[in-house]
Write a protein that binds this ligand. Structure first.
Ligand code: AMP
Ligand code: MG
Length: 319
């Protein structure tokens, strides 16, 4: 039975989910400024703090159970807040169980392989949460918007357009299904930013000296392809939101809201997995009791046989 809390989280993330099989037109279907009932920054902060605690607890169980991994795929246009989302949402989790990989322009070695190659090497293992800051989805986004990038991939002549993008969607769906069936749950987040908010954030990067390093003239050139990207993203959402790996469109015009929403979607996925601390069987418990006796017998004079058990007993008395 799901708890009230789990149901609240499931209800909260529903409006962000792209229904598998639905046709998406980003500009019409999703509002980058949507706040979904979260009234203020203060309220968002409290919600995020609770979400971070929840993620920490679930990650610890995921790690202990060691049967499932979680792959978080983050896609967005420039300045949508991917880095900040990772920094805030994952701030409470044990670094030992998390990895982040940022994918840039592929190297010549990477281009010499099939397009999944570099991504498959970075997948999380069981017990781990892996974050892809950009991902194999760039292969149907930036590569689609800039055909010269496809040219560099040196595909066999009969494997080029037309039909290439539909085929890649299918290949991605199949790959994700394989991962899902093998215990790697995929959480796909698209941070949906408005064109006007992107303009403001670029200006901020120019105006604030400490933010200058984040500014890239290339990002402003990329902004000229805004409409092409909106179309490419709409097509990705339409074709690759599946029952086993649905997309979530996160309203990103308010950073504080995007963080709460992203945290909730990740928490919802972990709740779905429902990882548990492993319990041992009677035989192993008996073995432990035998070892305990041996250790207790080694207590030096004056020391409690088992100081931990003694401490617990004191704790119980004082309750
Ligand atoms: P950033 O994430 O801002 O550091 O930028 C990374 C750059 O790498 C972006 O301009 C992406 O479009 C580019 N990039 C990422 N993946 C690919 C890819 N598969 N092919 C071409 N360019 C890519
Ligand atoms: Mg950039």
């Amino acid at each position: 039975m799901p708890s009230d809390r789990d149901e609240r989280i499931a209800d909260f993330v529903k409006p962000f989910r792209v229904e598998p099989g639905s046709k998406v037109s980003l500009g019409k279907d999703f509002d980058p400024a949507f706040k979904s009932g979260v009234g203020s920054k203060k309220q968002a902060k409290d919600l995020l703090a609770r979400g971070i605690e929840l993620l920490a607890e679930y990650q610890s169980r995921l790690y202990a159970q060691d049967t499932h991994g979680v792959l978080i795929v983050l896609q967005a246009l420039d300045a949508a807040g991917k880095d900040g989302t990772i920094r805030h949402v994952m701030s409470g989790v044990n670094p030992q169980g998390v990895s982040v990989h940022s994918f840039k322009v592929p190297s010549s070695e990477e281009l010499d392989h099939d397009y999944f190659w570099r991504y498959s090497q970075r997948l999380p293992g069981r017990g781990e949460i892996g974050i892809f800051n950009r991902s194999y989805y760039e292969e149907v986004l930036v590569v689609r918007v800039h055909p010269e990038l496809l040219e560099r991939q040196k595909l066999p002549i009969d494997q080029r357009e037309p039909g290439l993008w539909k085929r890649r969607f299918q290949e991605i769906n199949d790959w994700e299904r394989t991962l899902n069936d093998n215990g790697i749950k995929i959480v796909k987040l698209f941070l949906n930013l408005s064109k006007e908010e992107q303009r403001t954030r670029f200006l901020r990067r120019i105006d604030l000296p400490d933010h200058n390093w984040k500014f890239s003239a290339a990002d402003v050139r990329e902004r000229e392809y805004w409409d092409e990207y909106q179309k490419a993203f709409s097509d990705v959402l339409t074709n690759t939101s599946t029952e086993w790996a649905p997309w979530y469109v996160i309203p990103a015009d308010r950073k504080w809201f995007a963080r709460v929403a992203a945290g909730a979607v990740i928490a919802n996925a972990l709740i779905d997995i429902d990882p548990r601390y492993p319990r041992i069987d009677d035989e192993d418990r008996e073995k432990l009791q035998k070892i305990k006796k041996t250790l207790e017998a080694q207590a030096p004079p004056g020391a409690a046989a088992d100081p931990f058990a003694a401490g617990q007993a004191v704790g119980r008395e004082s309750v």
